[in-house]
Design a protein around this ligand. Structure first.
Ligand SMILES: Cc1cc2nc3c(=O)[nH]c(=O)nc-3n(C[C@H](O)[C@H](O)[C@H](O)COP(=O)(O)OP(=O)(O)OC[C@H]3O[C@@H](n4cnc5c(N)ncnc54)[C@H](O)[C@@H]3O)c2cc1C
Length: 379
C-alpha cells in the first residue's frame, strides 16, 4: 500500500481531512488537480461567513461549535489568523424558515445573541435599510474566515505532520478491490486502505453511478466601493445574511480595507461540467448585484468594481453527503455542501478522519447521510 489513506481533492474539505488524518499519526497522501489554495472552485473569493445560529437547521450547531474550536486550533498550529469574529446579523421576517431555524438554534443551544429593536439597529447598523416587519438578530459566535489561507495552512500543517501531497495531479478513477482502494492519478496507480473523496463541484462527475446527485452551480460575488469605508470595518459592520421577500443575499465587512463584498443567493445557472465554469461576468450577474445593493445598502456605490465567479456542488435538499458510500466502508464522501459548507470544513476534516479510522463519529449526521439519495458502491 502507498499509504493508509488517500484524500482526493485538497480544497476546503480535503485539506482539513488531510490535516486531521495526519494529526492521528496515520500515513496519508492527498491529491489536488490544481495548486494548493487555488480559487477555481468553491474556496475562492477572500472570505467566507462563519455563523453558529444556523438558519439551515439547529442540527448543525454541535458541528459548528466543534468547527469553531478547530479553526482556532489550526490558527495556533499554523500561526495564521483565519477567523475574524465580527458577529453575524441575521435579517428578515421572523416567521421565515431561515429565521425560525436561527431562533430555534439559539434557544436549543443557548447561543450568545442579541435581538435588536428598531432603535438599536438604526443606531448601531444604519448601513442596512430594513423593511417594515423585519427583525435583526446578532449571532455572537460568528465572523469571517479566510478560505484560501485556511486551505494552505491545513495542507502545510499536514505536511509537517508527515502527509504527502501531490498537487497538479488529477485523480482519474478509483476502484474498490475488496482489501484496498486503487486510485489512478496522472497515469499512476496507488493503493490505500481507505479513501476520502472531497472533490467539491466535481463530485457529480467523479462518482460513476450517481452522477446526477451532486450538481455544480455557478455562484457570483461582487465587491463594492463605499461612500465612507470607515462604516464597513470589521468592528462596526458584522457579516450578515438577509432574506427580504424574494431577495436573499449576504455580505462581509471590508477585509482588505477598500472594498466591501456582497453576494446574492440566485440561480446563476447550472454548470454542465465543472471544467467549463463560465468565469466571465454576464449582464444578468451585474444587474442583480447592482439592484440588491442599491435597494438595501445605501452607503455603497451599487456598481460592482469587481466580480468573482465560483461554484459549489449542490444536492437536491441542499444538505451535504457525509459518510461511507461503499459496502466495505473504505470510501468516505464529503461532498455537496450546497453553498454553505466552508464554515464547517474544519469539523468535517475531523469527522472524515474519525470515520475513516474508527468507523464512527461523535456527531449526529442523519441529515447528511449519503444513504438518502446515493446508492451503495457508487465508485
Ligand atoms: C461564492 C461562494 C460563496 C460561499 N459563501 C460561503 C460562506 O459565506 N460560508 C460558508 O460556510 N460557505 C460558503 N460557501 C460554500 C463553501 O465555500 C463550499 O460549500 C465549500 O467550500 C465546499 O468545499 P469542497 O471541499 O466540497 O469543494 P472545494 O473547496 O471546491 O474543493 C474540491 C477540491 O477538489 C479538487 N478536485 C476535484 N476533482 C479532483 C480530482 N479528480 N483529482 C484531484 N483533485 C480534484 C478541486 O480542484 C478542489 O480543490 C460559498 C461558496 C461559494 C462558491
Amino acid at each position: 500500500m502507498d499509504a493508509d489513506v488517500g484524500v482526493i481533492g485538497l480544497g476546503s474539505m480535503g485539506s482539513m481531512a488531510l490535516w486531521q488524518i495526519a494529526k492521528k499519526g496515520v500515513s496519508v497522501i492527498g491529491f489536488e488537480q490544481f495548486g494548493i489554495g487555488h480559487d477555481y472552485s468553491a474556496a475562492g473569493g477572500e472570505s467566507r461567513i462563519f455563523r453558529t445560529a444556523y438558519g439551515e437547521g439547529a442540527e448543525y450547531v454541535p458541528i459548528l461549535k466543534e468547527a469553531y474550536r478547530l479553526w482556532r486550533e489550526l490558527e495556533q498550529e499554523s500561526g495564521n489568523t483565519l477567523l475574524h469574529l465580527t458577529g453575524a446579523l441575521m435579517i428578515g421576517e421572523p416567521d421565515t424558515p431561515f429565521m425560525s431555524n436561527v431562533l430555534n438554534s439559539i434557544q436549543t443551544f443557548d447561543l450568545e445573541h442579541e435581538i435588536l429593536n428598531e432603535e438599536q439597529w438604526k443606531r448601531r447598523y444604519p448601513q442596512h435599510r430594513l423593511l417594515p416587519g423585519e427583525m435583526m438578530i446578532l449571532d455572537k459566535l460568528a465572523g469571517g474566515l479566510r478560505p484560501e489561507l485556511a486551505v494552505v495552512s491545513a495542507v502545510k500543517r499536514a505536511e509537517e505532520l508527515g502527509a504527502k501531497v501531490y498537487s497538479h495531479c488529477r485523480v482519474e478513477s478509483i476502484s474498490n478491490s475488496g482489501s484496498t482502494v486503487k486510485v489512478l492519478a496522472n497515469g499512476k496507480e496507488y493503493q490505500f486502505g481507505k479513501v476520502v473523496i472531497a472533490t467539491g463541484p466535481w463530485t457529480g462527475v467523479f462518482l460513476s453511478n450517481d452522477k446526477r446527485q451532486v450538481h455544480a452551480k455557478r455562484l457570483v460575488m461582487g465587491w463594492f466601493a463605499a461612500k465612507d469605508i470607515k462604516r464597513f470595518q470589521r468592528n462596526n459592520f458584522p457579516v450578515y445574511i438577509r432574506e427580504s421577500g424574494e431577495d436573499k443575499f449576504y455580505g462581509t465587512p471590508t477585509f482588505e480595507g477598500s472594498m466591501v463584498k456582497a453576494a446574492v443567493y440566485h440561480d446563476f445557472g447550472a454548470v454542465d461540467h465543472p471544467d467549463e465554469l463560465e468565469r466571465k461576468m454576464m449582464p444578468d450577474d451585474l444587474g442583480i448585484l447592482r439592484e440588491t445593493v442599491q435597494k438595501y445598502l445605501p452607503d455603497l456605490y451599487p456598481e460592482p468594481v469587481r466580480i468573482g465567479v465560483y461554484m459549489d456542488g449542490f444536492t437536491a435538499d441542499e444538505h451535504a453527503f457525509v459518510g461511507s458510500i461503499d459496502e466495505e466502508d473504505r470510501v468516505v464522501l464529503l461532498g455537496g455542501f450546497s453553498g454553505h459548507g466552508f464554515k464547517m470544513a474544519s469539523a468535517m476534516g475531523k469527522i472524515a478522519a474519525d470515520l475513516s479510522q474508527d468507523g464512527k463519529t461523535e456527531f449526529q449526521l442523519g441529515h447528511l447521510s449519503p444513504k438518502r439519495f446515493l446508492k451503495k458502491n457508487p465508485v
